[in-house]
Write a protein that binds this ligand. Sequence first.
Ligand code: FES
Length: 61
Amino acid sequence: MYVCNCNGIRERQVHQAIACGASTAKAVFDHVQCRPQCARCVCDIREMIDEAQVALQQAAE
Ligand code: FES
């Protein structure tokens, strides 16, 4: 499933970027070597980062 239609960034790629330490939407774009265009996907990417951080915190408890 595509998260960013402008750049063809898939959900899997965002998860990989987060696993590699990306903690901001910009870091995710840097990881996949793209730049935001319309930026409609930025909120979705931020939500994915937040969800991953919550999951990590819960796993640590
Ligand atoms: S959907 Fe990601 S920049 Fe447009």
